[in-house]
Write a protein that binds this ligand. Structure first.
Ligand code: HEC
Ligand code: HEC
Length: 289
C-alpha cells in the first residue's frame, strides 16, 4: 500500500506518516552540526583503525602502521624505575651490611625497600612489623634466638633455620618424652624449674629435684640460669617473648615432643641486595643489636 505523504500544515514539512495519538513525526533533515560530528567520528575511527592495533585475524592481528603497543610502554616504565633504583641497588650489593646505615640516603632507601619485601614475604609468618605469633618469633623485640646483629640477621634470612640448606642454622632439642629420655613425672618436675627460672615458681614444687634434672638435661643448651644459647638457637626463658607459650602446660608439651621451627632459606627467592635491605628493616624494628 503506497504511503500517503502529507505535509504539516504549520511548517510545510513532509510527514513520515507516523502518527501517535495524533502527534505527527515530521521528516526534518538532520542538523548540520550533528552530521559534521558524526562524519568526524567515522573519520577518526578509520584513521585509528589504520594507525593502531585493531583487527583480529586467525593467527595474529593488524598491528597498525604506528606499531604502538601498551605492553612496550609498561616494559619501558619498569625499566625506567629499575634504572633509577640501580644506583642504590648496586651500592647495597657491594657494601658490607654494617656500612649501609652510615650512608643516610642509601639507608633510607634500604629501609623503604626492606619494608615492602617484609610485607610481601615475611608478614604471613612473622606478623605485621614483626609482631610475631606462637611458633613464629617476634622480630620487633630484643629477644633473639640466633642473634640480632646485622650480620646475624643477614645470615639467618639468607640460609634460614632448619631449612635444609647446607649453611642453614640448625639444632634439635631432644624429644625427651617421645623418645623416653625422661618419664612423664620427670618432665612435670623439670617443667617446674623452667617456671621457676621464668620468675613464677609453682607452689609445692620440688625445686631441688627439678634443678638437678634441669642441670643434667637442659642446661647445656638453655644455660644453668635459663639464659638460652644463640649457638643452638635455644630461647631464653626470662624473655616476655615466648615461642610456644610460657605456661606450665606449654612447657610440658615442648619437653615431651619439641616443635622445631623451620624458617625458609631466602637465598632461593630473593637477591642479595633485597636480603640486606630486609635485614636492615628487621634490625630497625626495635630489637636490632
Ligand atoms: C613460613 C614461615 C616463615 C616465613 C615466610 C618467614 N619466616 Fe622467619 N622464621 C620462621 C620461623 C618458624 C622462625 C623460628 C625458627 C626457630 O624456631 O628457630 C623464624 C625465624 C626468623 C628469624 C630469627 C629470629 C631470631 O630470634 O633469631 C629472623 C631474623 C627471621 N625469621 C626473619 C624473616 C624474614 C626477614 C622473612 C622474610 C624474608 C621471614 N623471616 C620469613 C618462619 C618464617
Ligand atoms: C640440644 C639443645 C637443647 C636441649 C638439651 C634442650 N633444649 Fe629446649 N630448646 C632447644 C631449642 C633449639 C629450642 C627452640 C626450638 C625452636 O626454635 O623451635 C628449645 C625450646 C625450648 C622451650 C620453648 C621455649 C619457648 O620460647 O617457647 C622450652 C620450654 C624448652 N626448650 C625446655 C627445655 C627443657 C626443660 C630441656 C631439658 C629437659 C631442654 N629444653 C633441653 C634446645 C635444647
Amino acid at each position: 500500500m503506497a504511503l500517503k505523504i502529507e505535509k504539516d500544515a504549520l511548517t510545510g514539512v513532509e510527514s513520515t506518516g507516523h502518527s501517535w495519538d495524533g502527534i505527527q513525526e515530521l521528516n526534518n533533515p538532520l542538523p548540520n552540526w550533528w552530521l559534521l560530528i558524526w562524519g568526524f567520528c567515522i573519520l577518526t575511527a578509520l584513521i585509528q583503525f589504520v594507525l593502531y592495533p585493531s583487527f583480529p585475524s586467525i593467527s595474529t592481528y593488524w598491528h597498525g602502521t604506528s606499531n604502538y603497543s601498551s605492553r612496550v610502554d609498561v616494559i619501558k616504565a619498569v625499566d625506567d624505575i629499575q634504572a633509577s633504583h640501580a644506583q642504590y641497588v648496586t651500592k647495597i650489593a657491594a657494601m658490607p651490611i654494617t656500612e649501609i646505615p652510615k650512608n643516610k640516603e642509601l639507608y633510607d632507601y634500604a629501609l623503604l625497600s626492606g619494608k615492602v619485601t617484609f610485607a610481601n614475604n615475611c608478614q604471613p609468618c612473622h606478623g605485621v612489623a614483626g609482631s610475631g605469633r606462637p611458633g613464629f618469633p617476634v622480630l620487633a623485640s630484643d629477644a633473639w634466638l640466633w642473634g640480632g646483629t646485622l650480620d646475624a640477621l643477614q645470615q639467618t634470612i639468607t640460609y634460614g633455620i632448619r631449612s635444609g640448606h647446607p649453611q642453614a642454622r640448625d639444632s634439635q632439642m631432644p624429644r625427651f618424652g617421645v623418645d623416653g629420655i625422661l618419664t612423664a613425672a620427670q618432665i612435670s618436675t623439670v617443667a617446674e624449674y623452667v617456671q621457676f627460672l621464668e620468675g613464677k615458681p609453682r607452689p609445692g614444687a620440688n625445686l631441688a629435684a627439678a634443678k638437678q634434672l634441669f642441670m643434667d638435661n637442659c642446661s647445656a643448651c638453655h644455660s644453668p640460669e635459663g639464659n638460652g644459647n644463640r649457638d643452638v638457637g635455644a630461647p631464653r626463658y626470662h624473655d616476655r617473648v615466648f615461642l610456644y607459650g610460657a605456661d606450665y602446660d606449654s612447657v610440658v608439651r615442648q619437653v615431651t615432643n619439641p616443635r622445631m621451627g623451620v624458617m625458609p632459606a631466602w637465598t632461593y627467592r630473593l637477591d642479595t641486595p633485597t636480603i640486606k635491605s630486609v635485614a636492615l628493616y628487621v634490625h630497625s624494628l626495635g630489637g636490632g643489636e
